[in-house]
Design a protein around this ligand. Sequence first.
Ligand code: 13P
Length: 252
Amino acid sequence: MRRPIVAGNWKMHGTRVDNARLIEELLSRYPDRSIAQCLVCPPFVYLQEVGRLLRDGPIGLGAQDVCAEAQGAFTGEVSAAMLKDVGCGHVIVGHSERRWVYHESDQLVARKFAAAQARALVPILCVGEQLSDREAGRTEEVIARQLDVVLELCGVSALESAVIAYEPVWAIGTGRSATPEQAEVVHAFIRERIGARDAKIAMATRILYGGSVKAGNAAELFDQPDVDGGLIGGASLNAEEFLAILAAAGSR
Ligand code: 13P
């Protein structure tokens, strides 16, 4: 049985005051026994302070991105060692906003994945197709390419300490989630593709869905056999919504 994960990606939102209020509310209403693993991914500048607010409690800390290089003259970048140093356990790599807005290549994303693992951070590898890919029937081709570059560079065993997130670009921040059936088809495809290299690792890998997950649609998405939780954007900024999504993941 794969333990579900609910991760909140705050993207470029929040202030110190907002963050403190949100964390306080999440912690005070956090279910006693949550079956799902939970983490939040604030912007870099807030990581240390949010980590302190989380007080080694039930919610983990993750970052939204990482530099592929270990250290050096890379102005503006943040290394995996630095993320580890401020208490991160996870880091998102290859988020669609990094791929499409900042033109990160599959190769760069794979190097970020490797850099994270080299410092014992758990990468959350995002994959996902654009609407034009889906309409042209190229969804699986795109996902396979994004996944295979990481598998080639790091090997399938790297997935033993990694998480995958399927985030169709057309569903992110649009209010138009994939249907549970659409999500399941792609999740099953990802698991099969990993399974072609190692069946045991494929069965153990957690594959999250992201893209307009809300309290109202979380349960039906998480009910799918290959959906092991969610990577939540907008709804993770609202304690009520986020806790309801966590509850939905815990009762699957
Ligand atoms: P939304 O939940 O706001 O659609 O964002 C999803 C996402 O990109 C999480 O990483």
